[in-house]
Design a protein around this ligand. Structure first.
Ligand code: ATP
Length: 356
């Protein structure tokens, strides 16, 4: 087990600073997920930790030790990548135990480890197969198993599940959570998929354009986003965002926080709530919940999520969001919180939007 620390790390490609002066501490034994849109620098960060493509400036510490000048194979890290090359001429068993043989682990222990780990990743019935006879997902699991047997102090994973179908991916997510619990090892997992991040991480590091936007456990990321980018990136469907009649200012609410009722029904609206009437333009019945897109007369549409499927397309409804579920953002995307001096001004601007 080991913590990881990145101290003032910069990575430059062709005079371009992809990551600049980045600080990050990953706690020992945590399951940390680096998430962000394509090209934001997640893989670059992971490769720096692994030592495959070292930083241009700054230091990387693993277990408190500066590993900047230590070769990748000596850092105590194991990696699984999306396109991890497994040895095509070796069977699944041979692939998995390859590193163990190299490390002179005795035959009995090798057998035990290969069997336990292959069972964990669902490959127990495939041990004598050659990789060419496996599906993409099964090959990926061989790569995962091969990294697991090394018992590294840090596990680095770059989108390891992206080649799997949705069902298997969901199953593997649970298995990775379980595996992390069993091993107690530090996991650093890269994905662009926020659902994956939310479901597996105990700590999420959200990046955009090489800059950390927010670092928080999943519930903090969801309920307390620190800026507009975090608010929009995390959540399916994403947070509704609307313009306020103030320079670049915005408000937002999560789709499940809106109370929806038929328009014109008795019951006044609270002046501190965001209230609007609109027409349902789409309805997606998802089983346990229904998503409606509600369009206001000004043309803006908002997604709402209801547990009961009570409304129909073309129906006029009223939406109501209580102030504790409203978010405000300044022009630069920073969050305006309730204890902020300008909060009242944002609330006034929101009230000005009524009856639209
Ligand atoms: P994805 O989710 O698409 O894998 P990512 O967040 O992992 O994206 P990186 O692969 O880290 O992003 O790339 C970050 C930026 O660095 C991108 O703009 C990319 O074009 C650039 N980059 C990465 N590797 C190199 C390289 N070897 N030479 C030049 N530019 C590079």
């Amino acid at each position: 087990m080991a913590s990881i620390e990145l101290v003032r790390v910069t990575k430059t490609f062709e005079k371009n600073d992809v990551i600049k002066d980045l600080h990050l501490t990953i706690a020992d034994g945590s399951f940390t997920v680096l998430v962000g849109p394509s090209g934001c620098g997640k893989t670059t960060l992971l490769r720096m930790i692994a030592g495959i493509d070292p930083q241009t400036a700054g230091s990387v510490l693993i277990g408190g030790k500066d590993v900047t000048s230590i070769a990748p194979g000596k850092r105590g890290v194991a990696m699984v990548f999306q396109n991890y090359a497994i040895y095509p001429t070796m069977s699944v068993r041979e692939n998995i135990e390859f590193g163990l043989k190299n490390n002179k682990v005795d035959k009995e222990e090798r057998k035990r480890l290969v069997e336990t780990i292959s069972a964990t990743v669902g490959l127990a019935d495939y041990l004598d197969r050659k990789p060419s006879t496996l599906s993409g997902g099964q090959r990926q699991r061989v790569a995962l198993a091969r990294a697991m047997v090394k018992k590294p102090s840090v596990f680095l994973m770059d989108e390891p599940l992206s080649n799997l179908d949705a069902k298997l991916r969901a199953q593997m997510r649970l298995e990775l959570i379980e595996l992390h619990k069993q091993l107690g090892t530090t996991f650093v997992y890269v994905t662009h998929d926020q659902v994956e991040a939310m479901s597996m991480a105990d700590n999420i590091v959200l990046m955009n354009k090489g800059v950390i936007q927010q670092e928080a456990p999943p519930d903090g990321m969801y309920h307390d986003p620190s800026n507009l980018f975090a608010a929009q990136f995390i959540g399916v469907p994403p947070m509704n965002i609307g313009e306020l009649s103030m320079n670049g200012a915005k408000f937002g609410f999560r789709p499940e926080r809106a109370q929806v009722r038929p328009a014109g029904q008795a019951g006044g609206t609270n002046p501190d709530h965001f209230s609007m009437t609109g027409m349902i333009v789409t309805r997606e019945m998802l089983g346990s919940e229904t998503l409606y897109q509600v369009r206001r007369s000004d043309g803006n549409a908002y997604m709402v999520k209801c547990l009961e499927d009570l409304f129909a397309v073309d129906q006029e409804v009223q939406i109501d969001v209580a102030p504790e579920h409203l978010f405000f953002f300044a022009e630069d995307g920073s969050r305006i919180r309730r204890d902020d001096r300008s909060y009242a001004e944002y609330m006034r601007a929101l009230r000005g939007m009524r009856n639209g």
